[in-house]
Design a protein around this ligand. Structure first.
Ligand code: GDP
Length: 194
């Protein structure tokens, strides 16, 4: 299947650097730093080291674009901390609101920690712009099945209260055991109508 081979397209630090491959359906990944975003994207495309694992200085202020042939574009979004008021935040928001081929934003959440204010803030922003997002719980392997189910139920209960544009299916993944990756790939295919 076309989730591999994946290739790096470019890193963008401003709007003019964003690739204009708007014919290819695109999905973007956001989440707090250390949430497992790099590991997840590498796992999805089966290529260790495609996305450099975090904590590199400067890395947080880039959007990294990858593609799977001419079928799908994946975007590794910078960690949270951007606000609409600052220049960088304005750029991110402008990208999200104006990107015609952006089919879905995956919000990564650690089930051991639950939804944080930064997660609900971005959800509100996406809701106000009518942008479709879906919650993906990372590092599933760290919790027992019982604890994972309880954490997921709690998050789902919070989402039904107010997350308007949230796709009503919370997915779970482990980049370590590869659990849930096929389900996420299938969800991406469907979101992109590939
Ligand atoms: P990022 O900052 O969101 O890109 O997060 P990384 O992918 O760099 O992961 C942050 C840390 O969490 C690293 O130490 C990873 O090894 C660990 N990690 C990532 N995914 C998983 C997972 O599925 N299971 C477990 N147990 N650890 C994970």
């Amino acid at each position: 299947f076309f989730f591999s081979p994946a290739e790096f397209v470019k890193s963008a630090t401003n709007l003019s650097m964003i690739p204009d491959n708007t014919m290819i359906p695109e999905v973007a990944f956001v989440g707090r730093s250390n949430i497992g975003k790099s590991s997840l994207i590498n796992g999805l495309v089966n290529r260790n080291g495609l996305v450099k694992t975090s904590s590199k200085p400067g890395h947080t202020r880039m959007m990294n674009f990858f593609k799977l042939g001419d079928k799908l574009s994946l975007v590794d979004m910078p960690g949270y901390g951007w606000k609409s008021r600052d220049e960088w935040g304005g750029m991110i928001i402008s990208y999200l609101q104006n990107r015609k081929n952006l089919k879905r934003i995956y919000i990564l959440v650690d089930p051991s920690h639950g939804l944080k204010e930064s997660d609900t803030q971005i959800m509100k922003l996406l809701d106000s712009s009518g942008l479709s997002y879906q919650v993906v719980l990372t590092k599933m392997d760290r919790l027992s099945k019982t604890k994972y189910s309880a954490a997921k139920a709690e998050i789902e209960a919070e989402l039904v209260k107010g997350a308007i544009c949230c796709f009503p299916l919370v997915l779970g993944v482990s980049s370590k055991t590869k659990d849930g990756l096929d389900e996420l790939r299938a969800a991406i295919v469907k979101a992109g109508q590939l």
